[in-house]
Every structure is written in structure tokens, then in C-alpha cells.
Design a protein around this ligand. Structure first.
Ligand SMILES: Nc1ncnc2c1ncn2[C@@H]1O[C@H](COP(=O)(O)OP(=O)(O)O)[C@@H](O)[C@H]1O
Ligand SMILES: [Mg+2]
Length: 277
């Protein structure tokens, strides 16, 4: 059995003016089919760059990446992305937003009427799955942030992607709405059987959602550690207060502080102070 996503020695350097930033260096990782894997780490450690590379939105300089056994050569319908900002079409209703990509496919690939009917059925199923049934005719500006993000997720799921790539999708939502979205996205994962790659800077979110948590570290962007999450598949909010959960959270937070370079910066500052005083 080969992995759904196979990453070997992946590297990416950004050059801006004279400065070079090694956003990714020596990334090795296998992501299994139907996994829910989360990435966490300090700002600037390459999480978004890695996600964009998997999505085919970012060229890399070295290493290799296979998705379903094929080298990534750009974006594809097998991989859908959801970002923090919902990017819905404001002039389309909820239903129309969800059907949009499929409508394009109908026009461009000369689908039959039966395909269009099937798409309508899927749009309805996704509306129900995401709890949007009562809002189907509403427009994005009439919806709360959480509801808009549900629409964005439904739209991403419409073409039945193998892989859902999510970059801090709940970062702009309030704490209570986030909890609801956490349980919803776990449910979506179970029903739709997609592989989910989820980036966040929130350690609690990473543990609650993931079956594995990948901790990344900056300068150069790399994998510092991979944790198996000791929780059953059926997650409950109460688990956040459990011993195993809290122990893992503490461990990851300590590792982030250790690897984020904050300590080294402080050391350097101290040395500078000594030299100038
Ligand atoms: N388009 C870009 N041009 C120049 N530098 C970039 C670009 N995108 C990201 N970087 C740099 O690469 C590093 C990793 O960025 P990113 O993947 O966005 O990190 P994260 O998502 O973990 O915060 C950062 O130092 C960032 O400044
Ligand atoms: Mg980012």
C-alpha cells in the first residue's frame, strides 16, 4: 500500500531582494488515505507553503511529492482548498455558490443532463450535511462567519475531492463557533471519507481534530516531531479536559517555545546588552 501523499526531501526557498528564506527543508512525510492530519507550529515555519505545495499552488525547489502515486504538476480537482477567508461569490445565493464549480464543469466538459441532476442531488446532500438547509436561498452577506465557512466547505466538497486542504479555516471565528465547526468537520471527514490536511497555529485545535499532529519548526521550515493523538475517533468536547489531551497539549506547547527560536533571540539580546553595557 502506498501513501495517499508521499513527500520526500521537499525543499523551498523564497528570495526577496537579497534575503533568502528557507520556507521548507528536508520534509519527509507519508499521509495515508482517509487520514485527518493536522499541522501546527509557530508563525513562519512553512505550514502554508507546504499546504500550497500539496495543492499545486506553489512550486518547490527540491525533493518530490506524489499524490495518489502521481507527481503534483499544479492544482487538480482531486484536491480542494479552504482558506481562512471564505471567498464566496457575494452575488450568488448559498445554493448557487455550492453548485458553481460543478456548473463550470458542466459547461466545459459537455456533461449530460443526468450529470446535472446528480450534481443537484449532491448539492442538496451537502447543504444538509453542513446544516445549511434553511439558508439555501440566502446571500453570503446575510450569513454569520461560521455559516459562510460552512458554505465554503460545502463548495470545496462538491467535486468529491480525494483531499481537503484547510489553511487556518476557523481562524477568524469566535471560540463557540469554532467548537461547533470542529465537531462538524470531524463528522464531514467520517461521512465523506476524504483525506484532510489541516493547518492551524492553535495546539488545542490541532489535537482535537487530528489523528496525527505534525509539529513544524522555523528557520528552516521543517518537521520537528509527529505525534499520534491518543483519542478515539469519535471526539467529544469533554476530552479537551482529559489527562492525555492536556499532557499532549503541554508537551507540544513546550516544543513550540523551544523550536520557535524565541529563546535564542533572548540569549542574543542578553549578549548584546552585555556588550553595550
Ligand atoms: N511568497 C513569498 N515570498 C517570500 N517569502 C515568503 C512567501 N511566502 C512565504 N514566505 C516566507 O516563508 C516562510 C514560511 O511562510 P508560511 O508558509 O506562510 O508560514 P506559516 O504558514 O507557517 O506561518 C516565512 O518566513 C514567510 O515569510
Ligand atoms: Mg500560514
Amino acid at each position: 500500500m502506498t501513501a495517499k501523499i508521499e513527500i520526500r526531501g521537499l525543499a523551498k526557498t523564497f528570495a526577496t531582494g537579497h534575503a533568502k528564506v528557507q520556507a521548507l527543508a528536508g520534509i519527509d512525510l507519508d499521509i495515508e488515505d482517509n487520514e485527518f492530519i493536522t499541522f501546527v507550529g509557530a508563525s513562519g515555519c512553512g505550514k502554508s507553503t507546504l499546504l500550497r505545495a500539496i495543492g499545486g499552488l506553489e512550486y518547490v525547489d527540491g525533493g518530490s511529492m506524489l499524490v495518489s502515486g502521481h507527481a503534483v504538476a499544479g492544482p487538480g480537482a482531486d484536491r480542494a482548498m479552504v482558506f481562512q477567508h471564505y471567498s464566496l461569490y457575494p452575488w450568488l445565493s448559498v445554493t448557487e455558490n455550492i453548485r458553481w464549480c460543478r456548473r463550470l464543469a458542466v459547461h466545459t466538459r459537455d456533461r449530460t443532463l443526468a450529470d446535472v441532476d446528480a450534481a443537484s442531488g449532491r448539492a442538496d446532500a451537502l447543504l444538509n450535511l453542513m446544516g445549511l438547509g434553511h439558508a439555501r436561498d440566502a446571500y453570503p452577506n446575510q450569513l454569520s462567519g461560521g455559516m459562510q465557512q460552512r458554505v465554503a466547505i460545502a463548495r470545496a466538497l462538491m467535486p468529491k475531492p480525494d483531499i481537503l486542504l484547510m489553511d487556518e479555516p476557523f481562524g477568524a471565528l469566535d471560540a463557540q463557533t469554532r467548537e461547533v465547526m470542529h465537531d462538524l468537520i470531524r463528522h464531514v471527514h467520517k461521512i465523506e471519507k476524504t483525506t484532510i490536511v489541516f493547518v492551524t497555529h492553535d495546539v488545542e485545535e490541532a489535537i482535537y481534530l487530528g489523528n496525527r499532529v505534525v509539529l513544524m519548526a522555523p528557520r528552516p521550515g521543517r518537521i520537528a516531531h509527529i505525534y499520534d493523538v491518543p483519542l478515539p475517533d469519535q471526539r467529544e468536547q469533554d476530552m479537551k479536559h482529559g489527562h492525555d489531551f492536556l499532557a499532549l497539549k503541554k508537551e507540544i506547547l513546550a516544543r513550540i517555545r523551544e523550536t520557535s527560536g524565541m529563546k535564542t533571540d533572548l540569549d542574543q539580546l542578553e549578549r548584546l546588552n552585555l556588550q553595550t553595557s
